[in-house]
Design a protein. Sequence first.
Length: 337
Amino acid sequence: MQTRGSHLAAALVAALAVILAPYGLAQAARRARTDASTATQAAQPTAIDSEHSQSLTVAGHAFSLTTHALRIEKTGEETVAWWELRDANRRPVHRESYSVMMENGAFDTSISIAATAFTTDQGAGILIHGSELPSAPQSGGWVELFGYKYGSGGYGTDPSLFVRFAPPIHVEGEFLDITSAAKPAQPLPPGVTRTVMHDVMRFRLRTPNFSFVFPVLINWITGALEPATRCVEMTSRGLVERCSYPVLVEAVRQDRPTFVRLYPEPDEGFVPSHVVVHPHSSIDYLEVRTPVEWRQDANSITFSIGEDIWMRLRIDGVEGWIQAQEDFVAAGLPPSG
C-alpha cells in the first residue's frame, strides 16, 4: 500500500521531469550541433601554409618576390593568399592579398603568381604575371609592371624611383612581349631637343573572328602606362576614334566559290565591290581598324573592343575593307569558340 509520502514523491519526480525536459532537449540540440560542426570540420581537408621566394635582378639591383600560398594536403591544390615584391634590403615595394575560400574540399578559386625581370634599350623592370582558375573564357590573366622611373637614368641608388607603373592589366587574350617603340623621327625647330623614352607592351586581343596586336606604351619619364596610339579619322558618320593594328588570323577557307563585299575605305558610306573568292584564291590579311576603349581605375586596367571592326585584305591582288560577319566567313574567318 502506497502512503501519502510516496504519492508526493512520485508527483515531485513527475514535475521535475516536466521542468527538466526542455533542458534535456536543448542539451541534445547543442550536442547535435556540436557533432555536426565537428563532422563538417573533419570533412574539410587540411590547408598547409607555404612560402616561396624568387630572386630577380634589375639593372644590377637585387629584388625578390615572396609568395605565401595555401596547399590542400590531400589533393595538392594550391592558391596564393598574398605576394610581396621586396628590394635588396627586404623592404616591401608592393604587396597584394587575395581572399581564400574553400567549399566541398577545394578552393573556390586558385591563383598563381610568377615574376620575370626584363631590360630594354630605354629601361628595366619586373613583370608580375597572375592567373586564376576557374577563369572566364579567353581570359589571359593579368600582368603588372614595376620599373625604374626615368628609365636608364634612374638606375642610381634612390629606391623610391622603382615604382609600380599602373594597376594590373586584365586582358581577354594574352600578353605577348615588350618591344621598343619605333616612331618616325619628326623635324624639330632649331635649338629644340626632344627626349623620347618609350617602350611598348604588346597584347593579343581576340574578336570572334580573329585576333590583333594592341600596344601599350611604357612611359619611363612619367612612370606610367598609356595607350600607345590615339587616332581620329573623318568618316561619313563624322569623326571616329579608331586605330589600325597588326592582325593575327587562323584562316579556315571554304571549299566552294563565294564572294565578299570589298569597301574602298573602312566606311559603309562607300559603295562596295563584289569580289569572287575561289578555294584557291590568294588572300592576304593586312590590318584591322577598330576602336579600343581603355578603362582604368585604382584596381585594374581593361580593354574593350568596339563593334565597328574593319579588316583590310587583299584577294587575288584586289585590296579593300570588310566588316560584315558573312564577309569574314567568306574570307576564311568564321567565328571561333
